[in-house]
Design a protein around this ligand. Sequence first.
Ligand code: HEC
Length: 152
Amino acid sequence: MVSKISVGLFTAGILALGLSSAAMADAKASIEAREACMKANGGMMKVMVPVIKGQKPYDKAAIDASIANAQKACGGWADWWGEDTKPGGAVKTEAKAEIWSDPKGFEAAGAAYVKAEAAVLASTDEASFKAAFPALGKACQGCHEKFRQADE
Ligand code: HEC
């Protein structure tokens, strides 16, 4: 239940993107929150990828905990995309300008991620986990290709 609510919040945040402008947290806090959300996403991959590669045994509890951690870290998503958080602003960011010029595309990339993450959470054994995982990996990659300029 908790996870469903979190997924809903994430989606609501993405849908609110186009409308949001007022009441933004300051740029630095927003960008730091984005990074913390994405670091939790990275942590989730560190739990999942070794299982996919056969380096670690399947562990549903660990997988679910990594998803819960990411959902918690990403819960404030709606408030993190103010105009003052664009690239080239006062605070360094890996976000690309396309987030603001193509809000529908960004929303779709976020929705694909939410959907794929929910499918992984719903998987109940190693086979269903392995079937659900590739869409999640693609969702990360798909958004990054269009909307993130990695600086390392
Ligand atoms: C809807 C778009 C979107 C999705 C989906 C997405 N990311 Fe990101 N990611 C971004 C953006 C934008 C940034 C740059 C944020 C910034 O610097 O302001 C980023 C940055 C990152 C970073 C660097 C964080 C840092 O400390 O600078 C990591 C790691 C990362 N993402 C991992 C992931 C993983 C793993 C997934 C999938 C589980 C994922 N992301 C899904 C958009 C996305």
